[in-house]
Design a protein around this ligand. Structure first.
Ligand code: AMP
Length: 399
């Protein structure tokens, strides 16, 4: 269901507690990729440009939860944000307590502060209500713009908004867009609706397949997960990566697919190699993969038949690369699929790319800008494709 956004709230003079995802990659205390900070800028600017007092909260990495750890401080993010918005960003150096209360009390309209890493307290991961109440009393409005953490019941995601019972609770623009594409767009998809799944592990994607099978017209399976399905069909997979304990699940899904109207497409040919190595020469094999060889990408005939299906689709969801795209020899499958989805999008299809490795692949191969939506959350985006409801989103005010 659609949720109210920060644009629906008159924030002038109000204190807004905004949970963002500043969990950026760092090396030696320096941010190596600030895209997560950039992704929250629209919501941040919306509050400060209207004279709201913005209190930002985020986690970074996985600290012990027993207090300050220099490796996980959010101070570099405060500095980077300050550069991006061209104004000071206060950093009280704690998440709750006297220093934070004093910093918030001193805020003027349009000011921004960033609290210290919420995971410096064990209470954050525990979803502790008493701890959350201390954060909740800081603000008049709650805003969730942390899509990458939406599937987690952490205190700042769930207990804080719960403690703000009679105050407005809304989503930021990033979360609003993710919900619109990953959930609402798939409730009544324009047809044909094609789902492309790949990546390393079939076990990670089984719940998403089960949820999408009754909704989709085509499920195209590539990546290492295809070999578990081929095995379930009794086709030889040589030394390819197969999850033996998932073959039965794969067989069940193929049977279900056979009974319904969704067609499950498996690769008919492969790029294979003798060893799992970047410079191993790629050979093409059709059908069975002989012993001693492992499948590392879909083959040329599969590329073309998958591409043709995608070019005819009007809604496309893509999660998981078709092969070991990080290595040039085994990137052609992922490249061709990305190209076909990009072309389908220019012809009017809605294309939704899952986060994590698929977003990285789309970015690396240059297709990201051509897609309708590239999700910013790995785990959260997959759970949304599994049809799971997120408490952190459910409790926000409906539009
Ligand atoms: P996932 O995180 O499950 O989406 O998996 C992404 C990873 O799967 C990428 O790092 C790929 O290199 C890897 N991958 C894709 N196809 C294969 C394959 N056929 N064999 C081994 N790894 C693969």
């Amino acid at each position: 269901m659609a949720k109210k956004t920060i644009a629906d709230i008159n924030v002038t003079g109000k204190r807004v507690f905004m949970r963002v995802d500043f969990n950026v990659p760092m090396e030696d205390g320096k941010i190596t990729d600030d895209r997560r900070i950039q992704a929250a800028l629209e919501s941040i600017r919306s509050v400060i440009s209207r004279g709201g007092r913005l209190i930002l909260a985020s986690h970074l990495g996985r600290p012990e939860g027993t207090g300050y750890e220099a490796e996980f401080t959010l101070k570099p993010c405060a500095d980077r944000l300050s550069q991006l918005i061209g104004k000071p960003v206060g950093f009280p150096g704690d998440t709750v307590g006297d220093k934070v209360n004093a910093a918030v009390a001193a805020m003027k309209d349009g000011d921004v502060i960033l609290l210290e890493n919420v995971r410096f307290y064990k209470a954050e991961k525990k979803g502790d209500a008493g701890h959350a109440a201390k954060m909740a009393q800081l603000a008049d409005v709650y805003c969730n713009d942390a899509f990458g953490t939406c599937h987690r019941p952490d205190a700042s995601m769930v207990a804080v908004p719960r403690a703000m019972a009679n105050k407005p609770k809304v989503c930021g623009f990033l979360v609003e867009r993710e919900i619109r594409y990953l959930s609402e767009a798939l409730e009544a998809p324009a047809r044909p609706f094609a789902v492309v799944l790949g990546g390393a592990k079939v076990s990670d994607k089984l719940p998403a397949i089960a949820h999408l099978l009754p909704k989709a017209d085509h499920i195209l399976i590539g990546g290492a997960m295809a070999y578990t399905f081929l095995k379930a069909r009794g086709i030889g997979t040589g030394n390819s990566r197969v999850e033996a304990d998932r073959v039965e699940d794969a067989r069940r899904i193929l049977e279900q697919g056979g009974r319904g109207s969704c067609r499950i497409h498996l690769p008919s040919d492969h790029l294979v190699a003798r060893e799992f190595s970047e410079h191993a020469p790629a050979q093409t094999v059709k059908g069975e993969i002989p012993e001693g060889l492992m499948g590392l990408d879909i083959g040329p005939a599969t590329r073309e038949s998958f591409a043709q299906t995608l070019l005819g689709a009007r809604t496309i969801v893509w999660n998981g690369p078709m092969g070991v795209f990080e290595w040039t020899n085994f990137a052609p499958g992922t490249k061709r699929i990305g190209e076909a989805i990009a072309e389908a999008t220019t012809r009017g299809a809605i294309s939704i790319v899952g986060g994590g490795d698929t977003a990285a692949a789309a970015e690396q191969l240059g297709f990201a800008p051509a897609m309708s939506h590239v999700s910013t959350g790995g785990g959260a985006s997959l759970e949304m494709l599994e049809g799971k409801a997120f408490e952190s989103v459910e409790l926000l005010d409906s539009a």
